[in-house]
Design a protein around this ligand. Structure first.
Ligand code: NAP
Length: 506
């Protein structure tokens, strides 16, 4: 069982017969609904908690109160105070950091350094909220550029949309929640969170921190329901914007069900890495390998397709394999572990299926390929010489959310562009090399949301905006850049016709 040590979490937990039950937060109240979701640790599949599950009746009542009351209360919190509240939340997280580290290790299967990385990103993100604030501006439009609007003028304001629904994936439960709350709240919105069913514990703990920081209680809720029962929530007209991070398939369903709303959709990815002949091959191999195994490949910006120019192909392959050989797979509580488990058994099953299929299509396993336990796998590299066969593989066509990548060579830059753009995703691409003409051409033709030159893709805290094209999504996450999706323009037109203000017209 997982129970945080700090007493600030005492009131969100009930212990009964050796079981730890977590309540959920709804507009100022911690609720024990009497029905629970079992929370398992991916480390050994043991049940580490039971989380109170909400039914639609409770969500309906909560939405009423947040819509009628909460969304107005939050707008009455002055901007400087919103910044103070998020700063206070950052301070509290720092003071109970070890509880968050343990929650991310046990519930999400992260290693200690990955957990610390996520928590540091959360603290930095909350503290950067004043930078989002600089994007909440409007415009002044003079009217004398059209005869019908002469002697009028307008101000175009940016206003909060009201209630933002933040839907959170399992891989960054804490950071994604903090980030979506930061930009939605700083812009003056109430926020309702749909946490991931696999690892909601860090989200509930964050809600408690926000409550203690002075976040307006009427304007925040965590709706603990399974995604499979969320259609009604997504479609609800009391919600004006949806900020979703998750798979492309779920994202598509959310858009279909939601109706007329504003969206930020951060969807599936899995990134190509293109290695040019003049690249620093050692650096490229290190970063690419890390892009494969970091958090067991369960990152939207994980490297899933390696394209190397023919003259450096063999050397790159050798060095990437050498890097993967160093990866110690195991229990993330062991300080020597570099790569922990996948989130669930099903994810390993899918990876094994994808490997079998790739081998049948002519792919060759150059490293890994084996299951090491119900949720543990070796990081895996699969080489293809027949590119048409590779393009038919599940690993090329889908996002297999696991530590596995394809490797092939290319001759001309155009071939690399076609192979990278041939995937339905368009989140990021990494390019390793020096030749500016080739890099410039790649920048021009790659259909992707971001390009990392001489580094692996890593979205980090969102200091630089990230987000996808094609199946990878709509909109951008990032400090300042998400404000436009959770605000709406309001044009205020002032009519001064005949009042003599613009004297040159008289
Ligand atoms: P997921 O299975 O799509 O779930 C994401 C969230 O959506 C969960 O909270 C899930 O709830 C919920 N959900 C499921 N069905 C729903 C429905 N019909 N209506 C509303 N919500 C629903 O994704 P995941 O496996 O948690 O996360 C991994 C995916 O996220 C990968 O594809 C990854 O690439 C993507 N991702 C993208 C970015 C980016 O920046 N583009 C960043 C991180 C992750 P339950 O947990 O209850 O099912």
């Amino acid at each position: 069982m997982f129970k945080p040590v700090s007493n600030i979490f005492n009131n969100i937990i009930v212990e009964k017969d050796g079981v730890t039950y977590y309540k959920t937060y709804v507009a100022g109240n911690w609720i024990d609904s009497g029905e629970y979701i079992d929370i398992k640790s991916p480390i050994d599949l043991s049940i580490i908690a039971k989380v109170s599950r909400l039914n639609w009746q409770r969500i309906d009542v909560a939405l009423d109160s947040i819509y009628n009351d909460g969304r107005w209360v939050v707008r009455d919190v002055p901007g400087w105070r919103r910044v103070e509240i998020l700063e206070k939340a950052a301070q509290i997280i720092e003071s109970v950091k070890e509880d968050f580290v343990q929650a991310l290790i046990l519930n999400a299967g992260k290693t200690r350094s990955q957990a610390l990385g996520e928590i540091t990103a959360v603290i930095d993100r909350l503290r950067a909220a004043h930078l989002d604030a600089r994007k909440i501006f409007g415009e002044y439009i003079p009217g004398d550029w059209d005869q019908t609007t002469t002697e009028t003028e307008a101000i175009v304001r940016r206003e909060p949309v009201g209630v933002v629904l933040a839907i959170i994936p399992f891989n960054y439960p804490l950071f994604d929640t903090a980030s979506k709350i930061a930009y939605s709240f700083i812009a003056g919105n109430a926020v309702v969170i749909k946490p991931p069913s696999a690892d909601p514990l860090p989200v509930l703990m964050l809600a408690r921190v926000l409550e203690l920081s002075g976040f307006p209680k009427e304007a925040l809720a965590v709706f603990t329901i399974p995604g499979s029962e969320s259609d009604k929530l997504v479609a609800d007209e009391r919600i004006s914007a949806i900020s979703f991070t998750g798979s492309s398939e779920t994202g598509k369903r959310v858009i279909e069900k939601a109706g007329i709303k504003q969206f930020v959709m951060e969807l599936g990815g899995g990134d190509p890495a293109i290695v040019l002949a003049d690249a620093d091959i050692k650096l490229a191999a290190e970063r690419i390998a890390m892009g494969i195994y970091s958090y067991a490949g369960q990152r939207c910006d994980a490297v899933k397709l390696i394209l190397a120019e023919e003259s450096v192909y063999e050397e790159l392959k050798k060095l990437v394999v050498a890097e993967l050989t160093k990866v110690k797979v195991g229990d993330p509580r062991d300080p020597d572990t570099v790569m922990g488990p996948l989130i669930e058994v099903k994810a390993v099953d899918e990876m094994m299926l994808a490997i079998d299929e790739a081998v049948k299509l002519g792919g060759r396993i150059v490293y890994g390929g084996k299951r090491l336990g119900p949720t543990y796998v070796e990081p895996t590299l699969i080489e293809f010489t027949d590119k048409d066969a590779m393009k038919r593989s599940m690993l090329y066509q889908k996002e297999v959310f696991a530590p596995i990548a394809l490797l092939t060579s290319f001759g001309e830059v155009d071939e690399a562009i076609n192979l990278a753009n041939g995937r339905k995703y368009g989140l990021d691409v990494a390019i390793f090399g020096v030749n500016m003409e080739k890099i410039r051409k790649l920048i021009r033709y790659l259909e992707t949301g971001a390009i990392y030159i001489n580094d692996m893709p890593r979205h980090g805290v969102g200091y630089y905006p990230f987000g996808g094209r094609k199946y990878s999504g709509i909109g951008r996450e990032g400090i300042g850049y998400s404000i436009e999706y959770v605000t709406a323009y309001k044009t205020v037109m002032y009519n001064f016709k005949g009042r003599g203000i613009w004297r040159y017209l008289l």
